[in-house]
Design a protein around this ligand. Structure first.
Ligand code: 3HC
Length: 322
C-alpha cells in the first residue's frame, strides 16, 4: 500500500493513475475540479436519460402494433434504468440524488438539447432510435474508458442497451421505407427535422467548448466534441444510403484528402437557445418531470419510513445504535 499523506503525494498519485490509464475509484483522493466536472457531466447525463423517456413515451399509447408497443416500452424502461445507474455513479462522488433532481427542475443543471424537440409522427420513434441513440452510442462507447470507474462501468451496460435501441430504430425505418409512398415521405420528413439537432448533441465546436480541454487531460472525455461529430457523420451516411433517405445538408460530401465527409455548420444560435430552455418542448419536459417527482413523493416517504423501521429493528436485535 502506498503511504501518501501530503497533498502533493496525493496529487502525484492521482496524476500517475490517470497517466497509466488506470481508474480513479470513489474512495481515492481526487482534485476538487475533477469531482465537480464529473458530477456535472454525470448528472447532466442522468437527467438526459430520464427526460429522454418523454419524447418517445408520448407514443406508447399510439404504437401501430403490439410488437412496436412492446419494443418501445422496453426501450423507454431501459432509459429509466440508465438514469438510475448514472445517479448512482454521481452518488459515489458525494452528490445527493434528490439535490440533483431539484437542480434539474429549477433549471440549475442541464440535460441534452435533443430532448427539447417534439415527436410529431411515429417515424420520429424510428429516427430517434437510429440517429439520437446512434449519436449517443458514438459519444458513449469511448466513455466506457473514462477515468472514473463507476461512470465507465455504468457505460458498458448502457451502450449494450443503446445498441438495441439503435437497431430497433433502423429496423422500424427500414420497414416504413418498404411501405407506401406516404410512409417513405414521413421517414424523410422526420430525418430532415432530426439531423441537425442530432449533430448538436455532441456539444459546441471544440473552440467554443469550455470543458473539453481539461476533461481530455483528466481522461473523463476521450475525444473532443468535433471528433465525435465527424465520426457520427461518417458512420451515418452509408446507413442513410441503405435506408434510401438523404440528410438536409447541401455541403455534405466525401473529402478524399481528409478521408472523411465535409458537412455544413449546425445553427449554433438555435443550440444555445435550446440549451437556455427555449426549445419547442422545454417547458413541457420540465413540467412533466416536476409532476412525476411530486407524484412520487409518497413512494420516497414510504421507502424512507420502511428503512427507518428496519434500522430500529436491527438496533433492537443487536443492541447497537445507528
Ligand atoms: N445539450 C445540452 N447542453 C450541452 C450539450 C447538449 N447537447 N452539449 C454541451 N452542453 C453544455 C455542457 O454541458 C456545458 O455546460 P456547463 O458547462 O454549463 O455544464 C456547455 O454546454 C459547454 O459544453 P462543453 O463541450 O464544454 O461540455 P462537456 O465537455 O461536458 O461536453 C458533452 C458535452 C459532449 C455532452 C459531454 O458532457 C458528454 O459526453 N456527456 C455524456 C453524454 C451525455 O450526457 N449525453 C446526453 C445524451 S444521453 C442520451 O442521448 C440518452 C439516450 O437514450 C438517447
Amino acid at each position: 500500500m502506498t503511504n501518501v499523506e501530503a497533498p502533493q503525494d496525493l496529487q502525484n498519485l492521482f496524476d500517475e493513475t490517470i497517466a497509466a490509464d488506470q481508474r480513479i475509484e470513489p474512495r481515492d483522493w481526487m482534485p476538487d475540479g475533477y469531482r465537480k466536472t464529473l458530477i456535472r457531466q454525470v448528472a447532466q447525463h442522468a437527467h438526459s436519460e430520464i427526460i429522454g423517456m418523454q419524447p418517445e413515451g408520448n407514443w406508447l399509447t399510439r404504437a401501430p402494433s403490439l410488437r412496436r408497443k412492446a419494443i418501445l416500452m422496453a426501450k423507454v424502461q431501459d432509459e429509466a434504468g440508465h438514469g438510475l445507474y448514472l445517479y448512482s455513479a454521481a452518488e459515489t462522488l458525494g452528490a445527493d440524488r434528490g439535490d440533483l433532481t431539484t437542480k434539474l427542475i429549477e433549471g440549475k443543471q442541464k440535460y441534452s438539447s435533443i430532448f427539447n424537440y417534439p415527436t410529431l409522427t411515429y417515424a420520429d420513434v424510428g429516427v430517434i432510435g437510429w440517429l439520437v441513440d446512434g449519436a449517443a452510442i458514438c459519444n458513449q462507447v469511448p466513455l466506457c474508458r473514462s477515468s472514473f470507474g463507476p461512470y465507465a462501468r455504468a457505460m458498458i451496460r448502457v451502450c449494450k442497451e443503446e445498441s438495441f435501441h439503435q437497431r430497433q430504430g433502423f429496423e422500424l425505418l427500414a420497414t416504413m421505407m418498404r411501405g407506401t409512398e406516404a410512409q417513405r415521405a414521413m421517414v424523410q420528413e422526420a430525418v430532415d427535422r432530426w439531423w441537425w439537432p442530432a449533430l448538436m448533441m455532441f456539444g459546441p465546436p471544440d473552440d467554443e467548448s469550455p470543458n473539453t480541454e481539461q476533461s481530455m487531460k483528466w481522461r473523463i472525455k476521450r475525444h473532443t466534441n468535433d471528433e465525435l461529430r465527424q465520426r457520427f457523420v461518417d458512420m451515418s451516411i452509408p446507413q442513410a444510403e441503405i435506408l434510401g433517405v438523404t440528410f438536409p445538408d447541401p455541403d455534405l460530401r466525401w473529402n478524399p484528402e481528409r478521408g472523411a465527409h465535409d458537412f455544413g455548420e449546425p445553427d449554433w444560435s438555435e443550440f444555445m437557445d435550446v440549451v437556455r430552455g427555449n426549445g419547442a418542448a422545454s417547458v413541457e419536459r420540465i413540467t412533466n418531470r416536476k409532476a412525476a417527482h411530486d407524484n412520487g413523493a409518497w413512494v420516497r416517504d414510504a421507502a424512507y419510513a420502511f428503512a427507518q423501521r428496519e434500522r430500529l429493528a436491527h438496533d433492537r436485535t443487536t443492541g447497537e445504535t445507528s
